[in-house]
Ligand binder design. Structure first.
Ligand code: FES
Length: 172
């Protein structure tokens, strides 16, 4: 038995062209993949700030008790009551969907269309609104307040459980 010690033959020019084209194609795919992942990341960030997704409302210490803050892009008002509870009220009136406004002096929501009024908890003060303002889930984690606008919570009465209270450790 004999061993062949001759070095392998150099690739032909056509084969070298093919190998170079293959490496270029693989590099291109890698760049496209990285770009796609980057776009996905940007896309998820945009979803976080738009109505229909989870919206970061701010840090808990930036939302003092007794305040009502409008989030026009999120289509809600974030109410923080005197006890520190949080409620994200959908801004549309339950009569015919007009957008309500907050009257800070009288501390109530007014509907400009047919005169309905609501308390800061969203309870009906003046008809014709048939039920309280709807709301969204509020999540407080690590000092950050998020509002999940993907699911509207409709209600026939207002209840203490509608308010989200931060864990005691999160209270400023
Ligand atoms: S839409 Fe609000 S009172 Fe009619």
């Amino acid at each position: 038995m004999t061993l062949d010690n001759t070095p392998p033959a150099a690739p032909s020019p056509a084969r070298r062209d093919f190998l170079e084209a293959s490496w270029l194609a693989l590099g291109g795919l890698a760049v496209l993949g990285a770009g796609y992942i980057g776009l996905r990341f940007v896309g998820s960030s945009l979803t976080d700030s738009a109505f229909g997704g989870v919206i970061i409302a701010g840090r808990l210490e930036e939302i003092p008790p007794g305040t009502v803050t409008a989030f026009p892009l999120g289509q809600f008002f974030l109410v923080r009551n005197a006890e520190g509870g949080l409620l994200a009220l959908y801004r549309k009136c339950t009569h015919l969907d007009c957008v309500v406004t907050w009257n800070a002096t009288r501390r109530r929501f007014n509907c400009p269309c047919h005169g309905s009024q609501f308390t800061e908890a969203g309870a009906v003060l003046n008809l014709p609104a048939p039920r309280p303002l709807s709301h969204f889930a509020v999540i407080v984690e690590e000092g950050l307040v998020r509002v999940d606008t993907s699911q509207l919570i409709e209600r026939s009465t207002v209840q203490a459980e509608d308010w989200a209270y931060p864990p005691p450790a999160e209270q400023p």
